[in-house]
Design a protein around this ligand. Structure first.
Ligand SMILES: Cc1ncc(C[n+]2csc(CCOP(=O)(O)OP(=O)(O)O)c2C)c(N)n1
Ligand SMILES: [Mg+2]
Length: 326
């Protein structure tokens, strides 16, 4: 992988640092809210922050992103408002979906975030549809879809990759391989032990990347998005990453993985790696990074306060916005 550090400007590096810190603090706060019984079904993305951050550094508001059940990091990296996100997690009327979607269905059309999605693999064909719409309209918007190693075994991915390839659609398939689907290990469930290699069968580039390195995610994202915008078709990226917490909530004993494995990934923490890179290359000072840490903390605290103090939707709003006339 090419060394990107020389070409990356300070502004991009600091945006990526701040975005990853915001995601982490947001997840820590949402876990506290979940532990306090204020939300259910919270899937933490801590450990995986670099994947959508490196990719989103190349995206615009008129590009599309689709997420999964574990999607807070996808939404934040795509620019969704923190207040509205936290309110959505808590089911409040001020949320992105007016409190009717919750943690697994955050969407913000104005930011191109077409939706997190609780049904594993179901977001993938939607991303291909969004890419088709860009092609039909004749603009250069691209569509990014995130999915897990478990979802890589759903038929929807294979149908979607085939159609995207034959029609050369501007879609980037991003598999976040965090080694487990709930408690099922990747080595057991994925034939061939590589998601990236599956791209060959669909005549598109398949790239395996270090998902703990935001610089590497930036690099592979850059080429995939350039290709898509230029009308050259889709790319499949397999980002090797790790979730630090259990599959969801507090009920996961994590007895299907080892301490050594957890230590290995935490020693390669994406935030720490980028921090060291920025300091080593002299792109910013400790003080500058500390002020971004503080700013992230203030934004997340404000979002949590906003969500806590917001009202629940009224019962008479139960059926509004459920179906939309177009
Ligand atoms: C179609 C479908 N089958 C099963 C489930 C239950 N389920 C929720 S998350 C999950 C595991 C997904 O694993 P992976 O795709 O690797 O994503 P990760 O949780 O690791 O981010 C399963 C089986 C579901 N939500 N949808
Ligand atoms: Mg997984």
């Amino acid at each position: 992988m090419a060394n990107t550090s020389a070409t990356l400007d300070k502004k991009t590096l600091l945006w990526m640092y701040e975005t990853m810190v915001v995601i982490r603090k947001f997840e820590e706060s949402s876990k506290r809210e979940a532990d306090a019984g204020k939300l259910r079904g919270m899937h933490s993305s801590i450990g995986q922050e670099a994947v959508p951050t490196g990719i989103s550094a190349h995206l615009r508001d008129d590009d599309y992103a689709l997420g999964t059940h574990r999607s807070h990091h996808h939404c934040i990296a795509k620019g969704v408002d923190l207040n509205e996100m936290m309110a959505e997690l808590l089911g409040k009327a001020t949320g992105t979906n007016k409190g009717k979607g919750g943690t697994m269905h955050i969407a913000d059309i104005n930011k191109g975030m077409l939706g997190a999605n609780g049904v594993v693999g179901s977001n993938i064909p939607v991303a291909v549809g969004a890419a088709l719409s860009a092609k039909v309209k004749g603009n250069d918007s691209v569509s990014v879809v995130y999915f897990g190693d478990g979802a890589a075994n759903q038929g929807s991915l294979h149908e979607a990759m085939n159609l995207a390839s034959i029609w050369k659609l501007p879609v980037i398939f991003v598999c976040e391989n965090n080694r487990y689907a709930e408690s099922t290990p990747f080595e057991y469930s994925v034939a061939g032990e590589s998601v990236a290699k599956r791209a060959e069968g669909y005549a598109m580039p398949g790239v395996e990347a270090d998902g703990q390195s935001v610089l590497e995610m930036w690099e592979v994202g850059k080429e995939a998005i350039r290709r898509a915008r230029a009308g050259e078709g889709p790319t499949l990226i397999e980002a090797m990453t790790y979730r630090y917490h259990g599959h969801f909530g507090a009920d996961d004993p994590l007895n299907y993985r080892t301490q050594e494995e957890e230590d290995y990934y935490e020693a390669r923490d994406c935030v720490e790696q980028l921090k060291n890179h920025i300091l080593d290359t002299g792109k910013a000072t400790e003080e500058e990074l500390a002020s971004l840490d503080e700013k992230a903390g203030v934004s997340v605290s404000a979002a949590t306060k906003f969500a806590d103090e917001s009202p629940f939707p009224l019962p008479e709003e139960l059926t509004t916005d459920v179906y939309v006339n177009v």
